[in-house]
Design a protein around this ligand. Structure first.
Ligand code: SAM
Length: 280
């Protein structure tokens, strides 16, 4: 019988953020595949876990996955951990999980800390819809291209950032989206210097620029989604209905001209409403 692959989340700072079940699994599996074996040893020592470790990081994971899958097929249970938080989330693990699933090996999550989820939970921004972008490109030009592509995103969007680039990233962001958009910088979550700033982009940037400490540590940045003005709200239900019927039969230009004629509503408003309808 095949063994099981456990994907185990580890703390993102505070060692106490580790579940009883995670400890139990790491004690009882046959092997732990870890992103950095030296790093994970601190956590294992803290919880008196004495188990076999094998290194699996971004530079060897493609090559390491097949032999780990062979071990799973041979009946061994394996736990996968990264340096912090949930494996695969901007962390190694994808090739192993993918290959294990291709071989019908059971893959079980042992959930726990994850910086993106922790940040969302305290951000004060809408969380019903969000997009996670991982790490942003390193160059300013590529970042601005990325921000331009995201600027009309209506869901909250979240990215990871390092201390080297937090200031530059926020500066680039201000060149692309309005300064009054709300932004949250969640820094050093669960650690001694945990700071969560929720303000307009302009104010957040000022705070980060003027306080050196705000440029140290690990960061999650969250950006409020764009509010798309819905011009359909500006017309009556009847005008809306007429426009919808016409749009099914003719081009936007003709539908708007006819709807203006029929309803007497302003052409510009009907045109914007028609564009909104076509988008949805
Ligand atoms: N797999 C991890 C997770 O579940 O969140 C993320 C690993 S990724 C390589 C590391 C990045 O996550 C950091 O550069 C930072 O952007 C973010 N991060 C990790 N721990 C954090 C913390 N305690 N506070 C804020 N951001 C954190």
């Amino acid at each position: 019988m095949c063994g099981k692959l456990y994907v185990v989340a580890t703390p993102i700072g505070n060692l106490a953020d580790f579940s009883y079940r995670a400890v139990e699994i790491l004690k009882t599996v046959d092997l732990i595949a870890a992103e950095d074996t030296r790093h994970v040893k601190m956590l294992l020592q803290h919880y008196s876990i004495n188990n076999k470790l094998i290194s699996m990081h971004q530079h060897n994971e493609e090559q390491a996955a097949p032999s780990l899958v062979e071990k799973l097929k041979g009946g061994l249970n394996i736990a996968l951990v990264s340096d912090a938080g949930t494996p695969l989330l901007s962390d190694p693990g994808m090739p192993l999980v993918k290959l294990a699933k291709q071989h019908d090996i059971q893959v079980s999550p042992i959930p726990g800390a994850c910086a993106v989820i922790a940040a969302l939970s305290v951000s004060g921004l809408p969380v019903t819809r969000f997009t996670f972008e991982g790490f942003l490109p390193r160059t300013s030009t590529a970042r601005k291209t990325f921000f331009n592509a995201k600027k009309s995103e209506t869901a909250t969007w979240v990215f990871y950032e390092s201390s080297h680039r937090i200031l530059a990233s926020l500066e680039d962001l201000l060149e692309v989206i309005p300064g009054e958009r709300r932004v949250v910088v969640a820094r050093e979550l669960t650690k001694l210097f945990e700071t969560v700033v929720n303000d307009t982009l302009e104010s957040v940037l000022e705070k980060v620029k003027n306080d050196n400490n705000m440029q140290k540590g690990e960061f999650v940045v969250l950006v409020e989604g764009a509010v798309i003005e819905k011009h359909t709200a500006e017309i009556t239900e009847e005008q809306n209905h007429i426009l919808q019927v016409l749009l099914k039969q003719c081009s936007i230009k003709t539908a708007v001209a006819m709807a203006t004629e029929i309803t007497g509503a302003r052409k510009k408003v009907l045109y914007q409403a028609a564009l909104d309808m076509k988008e949805n």
